[in-house]
Write a protein that binds this ligand. Structure first.
Ligand code: XMP
Length: 515
């Protein structure tokens, strides 16, 4: 059992971010329900406790409370935001109700660095998000930091190693916040920095084995990073007790299905079932030009095909679990505030309802990880760079990249042009530097000339963007020579294309995809 830092979750949206910051310090942590008993924490060999923030007021009826005995375990405790109010309330201080919440930036003045702020500047920009605040220190405590709104923005009880902070060091906007955690973990708790990706894998493998037992798991493989890493991880844990289902919707890029078959079935020896549903998808999409209708048809058809496949594979294998490559940001998305477009992005992948309908339990071994951590896990499991660093590809695939009506001929032209673009992006190294690079088939014809002949043919747009999170994006300034090479290769090698254009729109106002 590794040395464990317990993060008690009082419902903050940042609890997982705290866990992530702890992993960044290479220390093992575990998130517990806020009501976990002190006895359990002792049994788990916990060497430090962090009380997360939370949306409640400590005065609210039913406000989440920890087991008071956690303060008698003899291990250091750090209360963050709601956590500091709890310490104030439970350890004999006084907390004042606030009529309004304090959000956003503030300046923390460090009065006494002590162990928590060791090595940090005396003023720090910090991120606040709280309602109540401490108005009288509990016995044994001293204030070590103040803000404009609070005399007790950071407090400590050196004798018991209890610390409280009003702000959120885990969020990006808090200056040098990771170092505050590092000081607590290493300086106060004496944690060893020995928690690595390999340990995560070992732990996850044991966990999956324990959960699954002798039963069988099915996973929908899309070829994207998340489902690929989930497949490799679950396969490492339970081998042939895993079956992956890959749906060929006829809207894949050139060679994609073959790559999936070769990597997972031949290389990893994973049970792989490929559902060729391309005819069904293309039949249902025939003549449809409205982007939203296309997306709905593709989404619905995907769920139907996948469900059918689950039924037959599941019955044959007596599957009890449906695995998904859900990441922490997806968990946030699914509870995202209404109107947040992020919540809609993956709607088609959301096979929500399906597991319950099929009486399957969900297995989500990556649900606490962030994307970069998932990539590290994938690399450690031996997935190739092309998979681990693959650019995002939308669920509806080329269906939203053939603008207008989808036909096999148009898909064919798009695939061939897109393969050239990818080849050149890879060869020049640009593929790894941009967020996405792809071709779009435009439903217009343009006049060209080949030899002496007039050539009235198709137009391909190049869409190459930089982005951090797909919420905003800018077009990539590729070198002219490279653009020229891509353009002339496409017009020379793809019959039926007479013109290549470059999309130079940012998001917003445009979106990354054309439909
Ligand atoms: P837009 O076009 O909205 O795309 O700027 C933002 C990011 O999301 C991807 N995308 C999708 N991903 N299912 C997905 O899994 C979808 O239906 C979908 N639509 C867009 C897009 O490629 C970009 O990375």
């Amino acid at each position: 059992m590794p040395q464990t830092i317990a993060v008690l979750d009082f419902g903050s949206q940042y609890t997982q971010v705290i866990a992530r910051r702890i992993r960044e310090c290479k220390v093992y942590s575990k998130i517990y329900h806020h009501s976990v008993s002190a006895a359990q924490l002792r049994a788990d060999g916990v060497i430090g406790i962090i009380l997360s923030g939370g949306p409640s007021s400590v005065f609210a009826k039913g406000a989440p409370m920890p087991d008071r005995a956690i303060f008698t375990l003899g291990v250091p405790v750090l209360g963050v935001c709601y956590g500091i109010q709890l310490m104030g309330k439970l350890l004999g201080g006084r907390v004042g109700r606030s009529t309004h919440r304090e959000y956003g930036h503030g300046i923390l003045k460090v009065k006494k660095p002590g162990r928590l702020f060791a090595g940090l500047p005396r003023t720090l920009r910090v991120w606040n998000s709280h309602g109540d605040r401490l108005i009288q220190l509990p016995p044994g405590f001293a204030a070590i930091g103040t803000t404009e709104n609070s005399e007790f923005a950071a407090i400590e009880d050196r004798a018991r190693d209890f610390y409280g902070i009003q702000f959120h060091p885990e969020v990006f906007h808090s200056e040098r916040g990771v170092e505050v955690y590092k000081n607590f973990l290493l300086g106060v708790c004496g944690a060893k920095q020995d928690w690595t990706t390999k340990d995560f894998i070992k732990h996850a493998v044991e966990d999956i084995r324990r959960t699954v037992g002798k039963s069988h798991v099915i996973l929908g493989l899309s070829g994207g990073v998340d489902s690929s890493v989930a497949a490799a991880l679950i396969h490492r844990a339970i081998g042939k007790q895993l079956t992956c289902v890959f749906v060929d919707n006829g809207l894949l890029r050139a060679g994609e299905r073959a790559q999936v078959e070769s990597l997972y079935a031949r290389n990893f020896k994973i049970n792989l079932r490929v559902e060729d549903a391309s005819e069904l998808f293309l039949r249902r999409l025939k003549g449809v030009t409205d982007p939203e209708r296309k997306r709905k048809i593709i989404g619905r058809t995907f769920v139907a095909v996948f469900e059918q496949s689950l039924k037959s594979v599941g019955r044959a294998a007596h599957a009890e679990f449906l695995a998904q490559g859900t990441l922490y940001p997806d968990v946030i998305e699914s509870v995202a505030i209404a109107g947040n477009p992020a919540a809609l992005i993956k709607s088609h992948h959301n096979v929500g309802g399906l597991p319950a309908r099929m009486k399957l339990k969900l297995l989500e071994p990556l649900r606490e990880l962030f994307k970069d951590e998932v990539r590290a896990v994938g690399a450690a499991l031996g997935l190739p760079r092309e998979v681990v660093w693959r650019q995002p590809f939308p669920g509806p695939g080329l269906g939203v990249r053939v603008a207008g009506a989808i036909t096999p001929a148009r898909l064919d032209v798009l695939r061939r042009a897109d393969a050239i673009l990818q080849e050149e992006m890879m060869a020049s190294g640009w593929y790894w530097k941009v967020w996405q690079s792809f071709c779009v088939f435009l439903p217009v014809k343009s006049v060209g000339v080949i030899g002496d002949e007039r050539n009235y043919a198709d137009v391909i747009a190049l869409r190459i963007v930089e982005s951090l999170d797909a919420m905003t994006a800018d077009w990539t300034r590729l070198p002219y020579d490279l653009l020229q090479k891509i353009s002339s290769r496409i017009t020379n090698e793809v019959r039926g294309v007479s013109r290549v254009v470059l999309d130079i729109s940012s998001k917003p106002p445009a979106t990354i995809e054309w439909e």
